[in-house]
Design a protein around this ligand. Structure first.
Ligand SMILES: [Zn+2]
Length: 229
């Protein structure tokens, strides 16, 4: 029976992932995340019917194309839905059906949206950092070993450290190495992770970033035609 629960959490995750795709497309383009409610094909403008909007399944059945005009739909849609589904299952595996599941899944969703917007636009919308930061504050009231003070010290240490790096980089290299979006993102991450977690994230993140950055640049090049819409 446990397997049915995993499937349910995966499906729930893909539905949320479908909404994240809307955010990833609309937020950096300055469009409202909620209006219009229904998605439409960016090429021919046709509203996408509900049965063509089923997470993962529709993309595969339509082979990543608009039913009406055959326009290619970015494989990013499928990738985001699957990753969010997996994030939901992993959160459930770790936390069970609990308040922790809810907030950790929210945390991962914001990170997923930020990551994919950053890949395409090299920006992180304030709306995401701020929503993440605020949910992090709310979460502190439900956590046993983590107070709101731990959250704020994480935000200050995380954002402060990254701001100092950005400042020094700018001062000595004369070019922007880190944007303020990254600094604000660390305030959001620190609110969830605390000061130690924030520093850990920065150091491990920088190391992995260098590693994965090189790899994904290569991968994205290979995926380019499927990615761009
Ligand atoms: Zn179309």
């Amino acid at each position: 029976m446990e397997i049915l629960l995993y499937i349910a959490f995966f499906i729930f995750g893909t539905v949320i992932g479908s909404f994240l795709n809307v955010l990833i497309y609309r937020l950096p383009r300055g469009k409202s995340p909620l209006k219009p409610v229904f998605s439409f094909c960016p090429e021919c403008g046709t509203n996408i019917k509900w049965y063509d909007n089923i997470p993962v399944v529709s993309y595969i059945l339509l082979k990543g194309r608009c039913r009406n005009c055959g326009h290619r739909i970015s494989i990013r849609y499928l990738i985001v839905e699957i990753i969010t589904g997996v994030a939901s299952v992993l959160s459930y595996l770790k936390w069970g059906l609990s308040i922790d599941y809810l907030f950790i899944f929210i945390f991962l969703c914001v990170i997923i949206a930020i990551t994919f917007i950053d890949i395409d636009f090299k920006i992180i919308p304030d709306e995401l950092n701020l929503s993440g930061f605020l949910t992090g504050i709310v979460y502190t009231f439900f956590r046993g070993d983590f107070t709101v003070l731990d959250g704020f010290s994480g935000a200050v240490v995380g954002a402060g450290f990254l701001w100092a790096v950005a400042y020094l980089y700018m001062k000595f290299r004369g070019i922007e190495g880190l944007g303020m979006g990254d600094v604000k993102m660390m305030a959001f991450v620190g609110m969830y992770a605390g000061w130690f977690g924030a520093l850990f994230t920065i150091f491990v993140g920088s190391f992995l970033g260098a590693l994965i950055g090189g790899l994904s640049a290569y991968l994205l090049k290979a995926l380019k035609t499927k990615w761009e819409i």
